[in-house]
Ligand binder design. Sequence first.
Ligand code: KIV
Length: 273
Amino acid sequence: MSAQARKSPVSLNTLRQMKRRGEHFASLTAYDALFAELISSSGVDVLLVGDSLGMVLHGHDSTLPVTLDDMVYHMNCVRRGNKGALIMADLPFMSYASESQSLESAAALMRAGAHVVKLEGGAWLAESTRLLTERGIPVCAHMGLTPQSINRIGGYRVQGRNPDHAQTMIDEALILQDSGASIILLECVPVDLGQEISEKLEVCVIGIGAGPHTDGQIMVMHDMLGLTPSSIRVPKFVKNFLPESKDGIPGAFRAYADAVKAGAFPAPEHCFT
Ligand code: KIV
C-alpha cells in the first residue's frame, strides 16, 4: 500500500485487524528521516528505530554501546520523515534494568515520537511491561535471540531448538501477553516454534528468522539492501531485495513489502527447521 493509498496512519489496531484477517504486515528498521520517508511510503507498515544502528551506522561490533541519547536522536529523525507507519523504538542495553528506569527511558522515546517501545528479554520483563502498559506505553517484547544478551548467549545462534527451551519460550510469551505486551518479536527460532507462538497468542507476533507463519516480518534495512558491514556474517534469514528492483532502493522496499504480504518471503532457504 503506498502512502497516498493509506487512508489513516498504521496503529496497533490496524495490526490486530490484519492478524485477525490473516494478512501479513511488513516492518523494516529505519534510523533517519530520508529512509523513514522512503520506507513508510513503500507499503511497509512498521518502522523500527533499532539499536542495530550501533552496528550498521556507528561501527560497533554489537548493540551494547548504544545509549538512550543515541536512540532519542535517531527516533526524532525518523519521526520527521515518517509517512504514517507505526514507529517502534528500542530501549538500549541497560536502559531498563529496573522498573523505574524502564519508565523513564520509555518516556524519553515516547516524547521523541515512538508509538511502541521494544525491550529484549523473557518473563523477567513482566512487571516492567505491566507498569509501562498501565501508563499508556505500548510494549513489544523481543524474545529468542536477544542481541543485548549476546555475551550470555555466547553467539548469534538459533534459539528454542531444544524442546524444553521451546516450551519455556511459549510459556514466557504467554506471560508477557498477560502482562500487557502489545507485540512479541521473535528472532532466530525454528519455523514450528514461530508458528506455535503466533497461533497461541492473541497479540501480533513479528518474526526475523522465525519462519513464514508469524503475523509480521522484520529485517534490518541495510541487510535487505545487501549492505551488511563486512565484520558481520550475513544471517541465513536475510534476503537482498535490491537486485530484483527495477527502481533502485525505493523499488527494493516495495518488493520486500509485497513479498511479505504475498507470503513469498521468507522462503524455506531463509528459515531454520
Ligand atoms: O535492533 C534491531 O534492528 C532489531 C531487529 C533485528 C529486530 O532489534
